[in-house]
Design a protein around this ligand. Structure first.
Ligand SMILES: [Zn+2]
Ligand SMILES: [Zn+2]
Ligand SMILES: [Zn+2]
Length: 142
């Protein structure tokens, strides 16, 4: 996982000032396990405004340190990640989220763009279902 110091210097190299409250938000994000919301981070950073938390998480998303996961109920969560553009497998039973290694729909996007004349700049794609351990077979009662 990336360290607070290296993230702070990366942000500063890109012209973002790392204030003490931003540093607190970054530290809180790095402590998260699994997926989390802006409110989860807010609870760990008492005294930091929601807007600061939101903007800092957005910067971390742009750096590729954090990725966004849209849960099936429509809520937006975040999760530590070091990968570029990718998609997720979301388990509806245990709530587990897994990063997929790469985007599988690049060809489809190019095809859509050709067929529709749209210049496509981005897309969301999450897969919802049950993970391998949640779909373990229930013992048969016969
Ligand atoms: Zn599961
Ligand atoms: Zn991810
Ligand atoms: Zn994709």
């Amino acid at each position: 996982m990336p360290q607070l110091e290296s993230l702070a210097s990366t942000l500063e190299a890109r012209g973002h000032r790392v204030t003490p409250s931003r540093a607190a938000v970054i530290a809180a994000v790095l402590q998260q396990s699994g997926h989390f919301t802006v409110d989860d981070v807010l609870r760990r950073c008492r005294g930091t405004g929601r807007a600061t938390v939101f903007r800092t998480i957005r910067l971390l998303t742009e750096l590729g340190v954090v990725c966004r996961v849209l849960l099936e109920d429509g809520s937006l969560h975040y999760r530590l990640s070091r990968r570029g553009h990718h998609h997720h497998l979301v388990c509806l039973n245990c709530g587990g989220v897994r990063d997929l290694d790469e985007c599988a729909v690049g060809d489809l996007v190019r095809e859509l763009s050709r067929a529709s004349g749209y210049e496509i700049e981005g897309h969301w794609l999450e897969f919802y279902g049950r993970c391998a351990s949640c779909r373990a077979p229930v013992p048969a009662t016969a």
